[in-house]
Write a protein that binds this ligand. Structure first.
Ligand code: SAJ
Length: 435
């Protein structure tokens, strides 16, 4: 029998199960997707996470980790399933409910159940606890119940699982203590203990803070464009203040966490969360702003093909979920443009109705405009030649301030930069006024 059953073998569950197994626990990893489980049974994972392949295959070959589609009795259960948004921006708790229902079927007195999935305040006790009561057991009396949010940055998951501080929110203090002892076995960060409601709010505050901060950066970029100032330079200098840390503007906020989690607060507390909703709206509008600026400021029409460089939601990862590049593709297609999308890391295929290709030449071929949406290292030193050789138009929009603007301008391109007024971008170099 497994000591720990990890339910959900995705971006968080698989590294968590692997790490616990390599810390000496007998772990069973569960996923409802039979293809994923068959693939994992071979000891391979497709997840592109530094250190994960070795950690996972080592855990499998040690015999401490097994994977299956079926939940089994276990001393401890950790739920790591997705909590996406519905179309009308409400939380979809179906995966949490399904995972919990499975656990309720095998729950025994003395077990521990931990929810890690980002969830609205109250989910641990009112959803998970309530479903588990169907087992005839009472949380707090018969079994322990906790909320322990994951905090890992996709792309650096294994390192962050080991080194980040963690919050453990117990339905009861003793449940929190027990969970702290469990996580201490593989987490080297400081583990703080609180109640489940506070821990749930804490997780939502972390991602909302980042969303609001990026929205501020995007507003600064809009002001800078109107005022003829370079926002990147202004933010860099403002951040020299010891108590200021403004993030960076860009094409919007992607991924499966930051654009989603603030809605869990807005949905439940609409009257208290105007600021949070507005920040979401600012960030969601960025692709449309980019398109409008591009169409307003660019040269006369010489075609209608838009080449988008970057389908991953952020730099140097292969994940296209909620990506600003694909959001831009959608608004551009709606405006009647032909759209091509390139990414060096996202596996070639169709995402949200758009083909993502891995060869940049075909994406740029005969393009009227090119927009850089992801600051991948692979794009950092793109030569002006590749744009010259393939594009028919001569307008490039850099939404991440990432390309070599001087060399592109020398090659005859008009370069628009997010957060830099167009007239300014011609006369400023490295963010300073030209002599
Ligand atoms: N972004 C900007 N400007 C910035 C920073 C980020 O536009 O200055 C954009 C990125 O390009 C990307 C989006 O924001 O499109 C989100 O990327 P991210 O790196 O800020 O965050 P995620 O979604 O990859 O991971 C976040 C992290 N949360 C925080 O940093 C508070 C991570 O620690 C969480 O564990 C994760 O959400 C999660 O699973 O909740």
């Amino acid at each position: 029998m497994a000591e720990i059953c990890v339910v959900g073998l995705g971006y968080v569950g698989l590294p968590t199960a692997s790490l616990l197994a390599s810390s000496g626990f007998q772990v069973l990893g569960i996923d409802i997707n039979p293809e994923l489980v068959s693939e994992l049974q071979t000891g391979n994972t497709r997840l592109q996470e530094a250190g994960l392949r070795n950690l996972f295959s080592g855990a499998m070959s040690s015999g401490n980790l097994r994977v299956s589609t079926d939940v089994e009795p276990s001393n401890m259960f950790i739920i790591c399933v997705p909590t996406p948004l519905t179309k009308d921006c409400n939380v979809d708790l179906k995966a949490v409910e399904g995972a919990t229902t499975g656990i309720a079927g095998v729950l025994r007195k003395g077990d521990l159940v931990v929810l890690e999935s980002t969830s609205p305040v109250g989910t641990t006790r009112n959803v998970v606890g309530q479903i588990l009561r169907k087992s005839g057991l009472e949380p707090g009396d018969d079994f322990d119940l906790c909320y322990a949010p994951e905090r890992v940055l996709p792309g650096n998951t294994v390192q962050e699982l080991i080194h980040n501080d963690r919050i453990i929110g117990g339905y009861t203090p003793s449940a929190a203590e027990r969970t702290r002892r469990l996580y201490e076995r593989c987490c080297q960060g400081t583990i703080s203990v609180t109640d489940d409601l506070t821990a749930e709010l804490c997780k939502l505050v972390e991602n909302t803070y980042r969303d609001v901060n990026i929205a501020l950066a995007n507003v600064v970029a809009n002001v800078a464009e109107a005022a003829g100032v370079n926002a990147w330079e202004a933010i860099r200098l403002a951040n020299r203040h010891p108590r200021v840390e403004v993030l960076q503007p860009g094409p919007g906020v992607g991924g499966h966490c930051i654009p989603v989690d603030p809605w869990f607060l807005v949905g439940a507390y609409p009257e208290q969360t105007d600021l949070i909703r507005q920040a979401r709206e600012v960030n969601e509008f960025q692709p449309t702003r980019i398109l409008n600026r591009l169409l307003d400021l660019s040269q006369g029409p010489c075609g209608n093909k838009l080449a988008i460089l970057g389908a991953a939601y952020k730099a140097d990862i292969d994940d296209p979920r909620e990506s600003p590049g694909l959001a831009l593709a959608a608004v551009a297609a709606e405006a009647g443009l032909r759209v091509a999308v390139h990414d060096p890391l996202v596996r070639g295929g169709t995402y949200q109705g758009f083909d993502v290709v891995n060869d940049i030449e075909s994406c740029l071929e005969e393009a009227t405009w090119a927009v850089l949406t992801t600051n991948h290292q692979a794009y950092r030193h793109l030569s002006s030649k590749i744009f010259l050789d393939h594009m028919s138009g001569r307008v490039i929009y850099d939404s991440r301030n990432w390309l070599n603007h001087d060399s592109l301008r020398l090659a005859g391109f008009r370069v628009l930069v997010c957060g830099v007024g167009e007239d300014i971008s011609e006369t400023y170099r490295l963010g300073r006024r030209a002599a």
